[in-house]
Design a protein around this ligand. Structure first.
Ligand code: HEM
Length: 137
């Protein structure tokens, strides 16, 4: 393993948290919903069985975007669904989303350290910026 390859560090951490712990995503939503009343309100009525599966899949959309840095059909659709005219996710809420995710990684990844934290942040940042940018589009 190349210890300076953040994509590899991210991939290995992702497989540790999802392979070792089936409830990783459930715990993520516990943290995310507790992070602000605004977030909690948005998810009133959500079926979390479905939502958990969707989140797992959508992590791969963020990853796909950061590998190519080109519009992808998947992320574009997700950005539109979260924009002002639809679910209306204010840009600041993405910071809570990422913080909640990192907190969960820290709890579930036995090899978590500052470098793993940085890897999650740098790999997901492009897709998150893309989502924020489309709030008003
Ligand atoms: C980059 C970060 C995020 C990803 C990857 C993501 C992913 C998804 C996916 C895949 C869906 C279902 C498909 C869709 O509606 O397009 C969804 C729905 C949703 N997301 Fe996000 N999301 C993110 C950030 C957020 C944030 C910050 C909020 C703030 C509250 C949020 C609130 C919601 C809500 C309310 C729904 C609809 C749930 C329902 O169907 O009841 N999302 N998200």
């Amino acid at each position: 393993m190349d210890e300076n390859d953040y994509l590899e560090i991210f991939d290995e951490s992702l497989s540790r948290v999802t392979v070792l712990n089936k409830d990783f995503i459930g715990k993520f939503y516990d943290h995310f919903l507790a992070s602000s009343d605004e977030v909690k309100k948005k998810f009133v009525g959500t079926d979390f069985q479905v939502q958990k599966l969707l989140l797992r899949q959508s992590l791969s959309y963020l990853l796909e975007f950061s590998s190519g840095l080109n519009d992808t059909k998947h992320l574009k659709k997700l950005a539109v669904s979260h924009s002002k005219s639809q679910i209306d996710v204010a840009p600041a809420l993405y910071d809570l989303w990422l913080e909640s995710l990192i907190t969960t990684v820290a709890e579930f990844d036995p090899d978590y350290d500052k470098k793993v934290e940085l890897a999650w942040k740098v790999i997901l940042a492009p897709g998150i910026e893309y989502m924020k940018h489309h709030h008003n589009q």
